[in-house]
Write a protein that binds this ligand. Structure first.
Ligand SMILES: Nc1ncnc2c1ncn2[C@@H]1O[C@H](COP(=O)(O)OP(=O)(O)O)[C@@H](O)[C@H]1O
Ligand SMILES: [Mg+2]
Length: 239
């Protein structure tokens, strides 16, 4: 459950806010796609919703907790227990191995993780053979699969993903989308920024952004309906 009310984010030196009062309510589980032209504020919204960047005004609640009212320490702990973030550029640590990267959030939280759980998740993503390889030696697709392993292993109730397939080939794009779709079906709330209409058509809900505001929120739409809505709102998917 993610709630946002009148979220405003200003940017240094600019007149127009990056986010000009965004409100939304994503109840329960499911896959939400955030779409809109480049510069519309998709990344900024995701950062504010996920606790990575404090808005200048407004409320963000995750599972009923007002995350920005918490102390930094409490927020860090809350987010660690509830939220994972998947970045377009993976955000893995290049000189660590695949397994070390995947175990890192648990290590930082001083939590135990079952070795069989690590093996399960790495095997599922075809990375068990690569577990001892340094991440810097992997392909982009392998790195994003490792980033997903790391995110899933924490068993978050909410996953944010900012253009998680933006740098991937079609085979890896299909894997990543299938995983995010499966997680949503298993009860996770997944919020994904995408510029790909086919990906957005897999979502249960679509948030259309434009000029720092949410222009429209819909349920599931077909590729044609998404294109039609984008055309009506103006700006295209990736202007
Ligand atoms: N830290 C920042 N300082 C100044 N401008 C920013 C900053 N972050 C984002 N912006 C601006 O805010 C707008 C929205 O950016 P962003 O959220 O990255 O959009 P999107 O992800 O939809 O492409 C853009 O015009 C961008 O240039
Ligand atoms: Mg972005």
């Amino acid at each position: 459950m993610i709630q946002a009310s009148q979220v405003v984010k200003m940017a240094g030196g600019q007149q127009a806010p990056v986010l000009g009062g965004c409100s939304l309510e994503l109840g329960g589980s499911g896959l939400t796609a955030v779409v809109g032209p480049s510069g519309a504020g998709k990344t900024s919204l995701l950062y504010c919703l996920s606790g990575l960047d404090r808005p200048d005004q407004g409320y963000v609640g995750i599972n009923g907790t007002d995350i920005y009212s918490l102390s930094d320490e409490k927020r860090t702990r809350f987010l660690r227990d509830n939220v994972s973030f998947v970045f377009q550029q993976y955000n893995l640590i290049g000189y660590l191995t695949v397994e070390e990267n995947v175990r890192l959030p648990h290590a930082l939280a001083r939590k135990r993780v079952d070795s069989s759980a690590v093996e399960d998740v790495l095997s599922r993503f075809g990375l068990w053979e690569k577990r001892a390889a340094r991440v810097s030696t992997l392909s982009g697709g392998e790195q994003q699969r490792a980033a997903l392993c790391r995110a899933i292993l924490m068993r978050p109730s909410v996953i944010f993903a900012d253009e998680p397939t933006g740098a991937l080939d079609t085979a890896n794009t299909d894997i990543v989308l299938r995983v995010l779709r499966d997680l949503a079906d298993q009860g996770c709330s997944v919020v994904m920024v995408t510029h790909d209409v086919e990906s957005a058509a897999l979502a249960d809900r679509i948030v259309f952004m434009r000029d720092g505001v949410i222009a429209q929120t819909t349920g599931r739409l077909s590729v044609d309906q998404i294109l039609h809505t984008m055309a009506r709102l103006g700006g295209g998917l990736h202007a």
